[in-house]
Design a protein around this ligand. Structure first.
Ligand code: G1P
Length: 299
């Protein structure tokens, strides 16, 4: 049996972030802060913790800030050293250390044709090996990184692996939804996938969250996947076409999910993460109580 490893992770990061306009007019949405770190950094940290050796960022125009964030800033280091700010230099060193632990590569998606197309853009860099895909909008924190949970399932089964979780009925049409067969603990056999179905057409309430391990067959299927939902080339459709030939499984993952893809979800994620920080909790609780009571007075 060939050794099953997953060394590479594709990070689609070419979206225009239109839900967040105007802040995303001249700034990538991946750089929006969660407390004091850009959203995409949580994803890179997760990939490293899952044993990924190479991150392939699929970017589009106007994403220079992502490249700069993971690069050294010699000017800033010089400025802080001159002022003896070892504390702040330490923060920069922590970001810098990420680039030491993983190779960061960038490929350009020259047209925004969908998630499937973004993954396909990175095909030459994954060289026929199973690879991970991480959607940085979906921040998932837990003891075992979700990507590690998926890679373990891939090593066990050799299959394409999807991260799934049950969602409320009013959320079903926002996600790719799976139909499942045989179940073994948290692992489900996948029988079908549907991208963003209306509730009444959804085969279950198990939704795909933004973590995948893809076998090379999925990348090959993307060569000939036609546009689907929203007239975009959908990763879900390419995965669906491999269910018969190869195998696809889903893992009901463990971890805290923070949806940063909508404005309300993003603001909630910031508050939730701030409340987990020892240096911010008390102050934030006081702020929240004050805001809630003044909103109640107005209502
Ligand atoms: C993408 C996928 C969808 C998945 C979702 C998870 O959709 O196409 O299948 O459920 O990510 O966040 P998007 O949210 O990019 O429209």
């Amino acid at each position: 049996m060939p050794q099953r490893r997953v060394r590479r992770a594709i990070f689609p990061a070419a979206g225009l972030g239109t839900r967040f306009l105007p802040i995303t007019k001249a700034q990538p949405k991946e750089m929006l802060p969660l407390v004091d770190k850009p959203t995409i950094q949580y994803g890179v940290e997760e990939a490293i913790a899952a044993g990924i050796e190479q991150v392939i960022m699929v970017t589009g125009g106007g994403k220079r800030a992502i490249v700069d964030h993971f690069d050294r800033s010699l000017d800033l280091e010089f400025y802080l050293r001159e002022r003896d700010r070892a504390d702040l230099l330490q923060i920069l060193a922590e970001v810098d250390a990420l680039s030491d632990r993983v190779d960061l590569n960038y490929v350009q998606q020259r047209q925004p044709l969908g998630l499937g197309h973004a993954v396909w853009t990175a095909r030459r860099l994954v060289e026929g090996e199973a690879c991970a895909v991480l959607l940085a909008d979906d921040v998932i924190l837990g003891t075992v990184p979700v990507l590690k949970q998926l890679i373990d399932a891939h090593v066990e089964t050799g299959a394409t692996v999807l991260a799934v979780r049950r969602v409320a009925p009013d959320e079903v049409s926002r996600y790719g939804i799976v139909a499942t067969g045989v179940r073994n603990g948290r692992l489900h056999e996948v029988l079908d996938t549907v991208e963003k179905p209306p509730l009444k057409e959804a085969p279950s309430d198990l939704a795909i969250f933004g973590r995948y391990v893809l076998t090379p067959e999925v990348l090959t299927a993307l060569d000939s996947t036609d546009p689907g939902a929203g007239r975009e080339i959908q990763l879900t459709d390419a995965i669906k076409s491999t269910i018969a030939g190869g195998r696809v499984v889903a893992v009901e993952f463990e971890g805290e999910y923070y949806d940063t893809g909508t404005i309300a979800g993003y603001l909630k994620s910031n508050l939730a993460l701030a409340l987990q920080r020892d240096d911010l909790r008390e102050e934030m609780l006081a702020v929240i109580r004050e805001l809630v009571s003044s909103a109640e007075v107005r209502a």
